[in-house]
Every structure is written in C-alpha cells, then in structure tokens.
Design a protein around this ligand. Structure first.
Ligand code: ATP
Length: 223
C-alpha cells in the first residue's frame, strides 16, 4: 500500500499560494526525491505530511508511521545524544537506543556528549537517529546535505541506503542538491514555484534538458 499519497495539494499562506496542485506518492521501501530551488514549496509539502501546515485544498494521506528529520536538524542542544534519541521514542515504553547505535555506530562514542556541542554532521546523524527511534515506515528528510561537507553527506547517504536495503525503510528526500538526490533516489519530482514541473525515474530526469541544465550544471549524469 502506498505510504505517502499527496493528491492535488494546494497550500496558501494568507493570499500567497505556496503549493499549487501537487500530487506525489511514495511506495513502501521506495527512495523518492523532491528537488527544487529555494522557496519552491518543498518544506511546505513535507510540513503538511506531519500536520504542521493545513492544506487549502487537496489531500494528504500517510499510511504507516512517518518520521520527519526537520530542516536545520533541531536537536535539543542542552541534552545528551542519548537523551535526544530517547525523546524520539517517546511513544514507546521501551526506549532501547541499541538498534540506533547498531545502524549509526558513530553515535556510540558521542552518546554522553551534549548535542548542541557536536559538529553539523554529527547533529544531523543525531536527528536521523532520533527520527528512527519512532520505528518509522517512511523517513522524510528535509535538506540532508545543508551546510555539511561532501564526505559527511556521503556517510549519511550510505546509512540511509543501508536502512533502505536492510530494513525496507522508505525515504522521501527533500533536497536542493539535485545531484545527491538523484544519485540516492530511484525516482524524483521537481518542484518549481509550487508546481511539479517534471517527475520520473532519476536517471531519465538527470538526462533531461530541463533538469540537467537547471540543476546539474548542464552536465548529463553518467550511469
Ligand atoms: P527552501 O529550499 O528555501 O527551504 P522550500 O522549497 O522549502 O524552500 P518553502 O519553505 O515551502 O520552500 O516556501 C514556499 C513559499 O512559501 C516561499 O515563497 C516562502 O516564502 C513561503 N512561506 C513559507 N513559509 C511561510 C509562512 N509561514 N508564512 C508565509 N509564507 C511562507
């Protein structure tokens, strides 16, 4: 059954239309990207998925458990890494962090450190770990790569891939970094000024003039 189904979604902030008739789906175990420039409406779409923003029209259905890694990470800076993780498991009586340390082993040595003092990449890992504590069927990641060094991003991507292959986790990746998003995800949507202007298999999009020219610096991706 489709995990995320957005149909003809329109969202307004006052008189301004931020999202205009957007439809998208994520199937179980699928890696899907939503790419587009600043202000295109990407965060608005994901915020309707977690109920932070209400649709003006259209509908949003989430089947299964959704966890959101918000833009800017938003870890609880005064708390330790371990306590940040535990907060992600608030709905469970048993908040065992061991499975998270198993998939994100770098967090083990950081577990007693205050999250606010960690590097950006480490904080992003905490934010991913915290989201995983809710044992989601689908992870929505808003700007995974924002402000992070390429090697750190590559490491996070490898973890997401592993969670997908071994645990069947579905991911909706919101990214300004189109190359990263198209590399990781098999399918993608391109959002511009609130509308989906292109969609399809990542390889086809990467090869298209529209995406290649505007988002990949005109270089057609190989593979
Ligand atoms: P970015 O990549 O910069 O985060 P985005 O694609 O996520 O951009 P949104 O943050 O969804 O875009 O914003 C879409 C449009 O809605 C923008 O024009 C933005 O200025 C506007 N907007 C977003 N949030 C609000 C708000 N709370 N009130 C009014 N306008 C908003």
């Amino acid at each position: 059954m489709t995990v995320i189904e957005v149909s003809e979604l329109t969202v307004r902030y006052g008189a301004a239309v931020a999202v205009d008739g957007v439809s998208l789906t994520v199937e179980p175990g699928e890696l899907v990207a939503l790419i587009g420039p600043n202000g295109a409406g990407k965060s608005t779409v994901v915020n309707t998925l977690s109920g932070l923003v209400a649709p003006a029209s259209g509908s949003v259905a989430v089947r299964g458990r959704l966890a959101h890694v918000p833009e800017g990470r938003q870890v609880f800076g005064e708390l330790t890494v371990e306590d940040n993780l535990r907060l992600g498991g608030w709905r469970y009586k048993e908040r065992d962090t061991a499975p998270i340390f198993a998939v994100l082993p770098k967090l083990v040595e950081l577990r007693h450190r205050r999250a606010g003092l960690l590097s950006g990449g480490e904080q992003q890992m905490v934010a991913v770990g915290r989201a995983l504590m809710s044992r989601p069927d689908v992870l929505v990641v808003d700007e995974l790569s924002l402000g992070l060094a390429p090697l750190v991003v590559a490491d996070l991507v490898a973890h997401l891939k592993e969670l997908n292959t071994t645990g069947g986790l579905a991911v909706l990746l919101i990214e300004q970094n189109a190359r990263l998003a198209l590399d990781l995800c098999s399918r993608a949507y391109v959002l511009e000024a609130g509308r989906i202007v292109a969609e399809g298999p990542s390889a086809e999009l990467a090869a298209s003039d529209r995406v290649s020219g505007a988002y990949l610096g005109g270089v057609v991706a190989d593979g």
